[in-house]
Ligand binder design. Sequence first.
Ligand code: ATP
Ligand code: MG
Ligand code: FE
Length: 354
Amino acid sequence: GPVLGIETSCDETAAAVVGRTASGAPVILSSVVLSQTEEHAAFGGVVPEIAARAHVEAVDGIVKAALTEAGTGLEGLAGIAATVGPGLVGGLIVGAMTGKALAAARKLPFFAINHLEGHALTPRLTDAVAYPYLVLLVSGGHTQILLVRGLGRYERWGTTIDDALGEAFDKTAKMLGLGHPGGPLVERAAASGDAGRFHLPRPMRGEKRLDFSFSGLKTAVRQAANAAAPLSDQDVADLCAGFQAAAADSVRDRIGRALERYRAELSDLADPVLAVAGGVAANGAIRAALNAACQGHGVRLVAPPLSLCGDNGAMIAHAGLERLEAGLFDGFEAPVRPRWPLDEQAAPMIGFGK
Ligand code: ATP
Ligand code: MG
Ligand code: FE
């Protein structure tokens, strides 16, 4: 049977039901996402207390809507999954308590999901990608290159040494007065900008290690903005275009190097794949940079639809489904973990419950 997934780690309250077709392909039976963008807009970022309160108010209705849309009641489910980390503790508690309570009431197995695992497994949900594969996770809080060897087996090859890429987009938008979340606003402004007008650094370019850095680029944008102030709309557009082009170049360089290692270390793969996940995967310039890097290395780029790039319940339900099938159950004592690096994910967890 299908699995219900609940996601409340940041500023989306989301629930979804994911099952499998007769042939074994994953199928999204429903997916409901309520974004709190409006609630936080006036504060220029996500306010944890407001987020937690909004999750409390919304979660029951969102879960009900997901079940209705899937055409199943709780009795039709094989398990319930909820994000228990990493993220904002208030929201995590709301989602975890809701999932555990429903699972306990219906005597269903419970799955305590790492949000990053949800993102990292999304290419298996959307494109049935086989293990192992490489993932670039680019979101508001993370920028990581992960080798996904199997369920629960994640090797981190690179990470950001300062800001996440989404965070850099958000901070750039904020300093240019564009609002929050900044990624889509920067991308829109960049469309009418001249990327060559301001000379901005390409962080980490040519470095051997597979890490990222974006805070120096952000500072360079700030300095260029100060020098050009007061800023016209064209100035803002040019700064956005310059920032986005520099970030995309940096990603292309870093991923190019990662793909070299991937092709060398996993040289016998019939279908080498780089998947992209997380909210920044929506960005056209970043996608183009990834495409270019993949073409140069004979690797197939898998980019999920935009609705599954940002936070959603389907990726959590799907991670729960894979864990159900692998017999990796969690007990109701599974704690919320506001900090939970993916490579600390326990793979050979001994199942208890059913
Ligand atoms: P994490 O997954 O690390 O916990 P999160 O869940 O908040 O963080 P997501 O919801 O996956 O992150 O992604 C949100 C981020 O994606 C924000 O920083 C947002 O600005 C960025 N983003 C969304 N659309 C775009 C876009 N078109 N271009 C660039 N960035 C974008
Ligand atoms: Mg979000
Ligand atoms: Fe996320």
